[in-house]
Write a protein of this length. Structure first.
Length: 313
């Protein structure tokens, strides 16, 4: 069943988000590796698609007129002991020749190769980089339409250059997103998108098996013209919502959070909790957790855990 993502449409769009500077790179960390996401790109995790394999998909901004969205997939798998990167690429090449029509090798190096092929009826050009450590291989595959590949190649190389295999305190069931000023952890099975084009991270839970509806979490960063206490900032939000959000009703209020019910733009009855953190420099991080009202209680603990993980650097 297709996921219904209307829950992602929170009611905080009135806030003008500050765009991250180019140097404010977003990093995605898993339990054993990390990678930087180019500015303007999104990242979508899709772990354990195949037993022993994990996938992280980085998506370039959509461009009008292109046959498909350029992307970079990172996959991992187990390899036999003493297998070299070159040998692994050669084995992969032999499989590619079988799988893809019109396969043509363009360039080969010690830890990469570039080729063209027809995949799902589309003419594509791909680069594959490889790293192997402790009997585990990591393949970074950049894919673009043939005519667009050259304009993305430097990004693919930068993604590979940023990729690090490293021990981590992150457990097998979580993933961490970080920028130069904050970081947050979330369950690995949440299949959201993490966008590096603005100060908003969006991610969503797996869809409900019966309704197809996802619950969601978004993080927004805002710098204001003056410093407010957390209570004052929540007051500003509530005053705005009470006059502009349909059926807004404040349910609970704490020192750094509030809970309310409302109707979203699709007419659905939702319940949201918003957590506020500040770096005490007129910059506020607004963490909004959204669920269909009837499902909210089943997500409340997860929402609190994710919000608790938010660290301001």
């Amino acid at each position: 069943m297709k996921r219904k993502l209307f829950v992602l449409a929170g009611i905080i769009a009135f806030i003008s988000a500050a765009v991250f500077a180019k140097e404010n790179v977003m990093t995605v960390d898993t339990k054993d590796c990390s990678v930087s996401v180019p500015e303007g790109w999104s990242a979508m995790n899709s772990f354990r698609i195949v037993k022993g394999t994990s996938v992280l998909c980085l998506l370039a901004p959509e461009k009008q007129g292109e046959a498909f969205q350029s992307n970079c997939n990172i996959t991992s798998g187990v390899v036999n002991k003493n297998v070299t990167e070159k040998a692994s690429l050669q084995a992969g090449k032999e499989q590619l020749e079988i799988l893809f029509p019109n396969f043509k090798m363009i360039e080969e190096g010690k830890n990469y190769h570039i080729y063209t092929a027809t995949i799902n009826g589309l003419n594509v050009k791909q680069v594959q980089f490889i790293k192997i450590k402790d009997n585990k291989s990591y393949i970074i595959t950049g894919t673009s339409p043939v005519e667009s590949f050259d304009s993305y190649y430097s990004e693919y190389k930068n993604i590979f250059k940023s990729f690090k295999i490293k021990p981590s305190a992150i457990s097998d069931d979580s993933i961490e997103l970080s920028t130069s000023d904050c970081s947050v952890r979330l369950p690995v099975e949440w299949l959201g998108q993490y966008t590096n084009s603005s100060s908003i991270f969006n991610f969503a839970s797996p869809a409900d098996s019966k309704t197809g509806v996802c619950s969601s979490v978004s993080l927004l960063k805002e710098t204001l013209d003056k410093a407010y206490t957390t209570g004052e900032y929540l007051d500003i939000l509530e005053n705005y919502y009470s006059s502009s959000v349909k059926n807004f009703n404040l349910v609970d209020r704490g020192e750094y959070f509030h809970v309310y019910t409302a109707s979203n733009s699709d007419g659905a009855d939702i319940k949201e909790v918003q957590f506020v953190k500040s770096n005490k420099k007129k910059t506020y991080f607004l963490f909004t957790c959204t669920a269909i009202e009837d499902n909210y209680d089943s997500f409340a603990d997860t929402f609190a855990k994710i919000a608790e993980s938010l660290t301001i650097k």
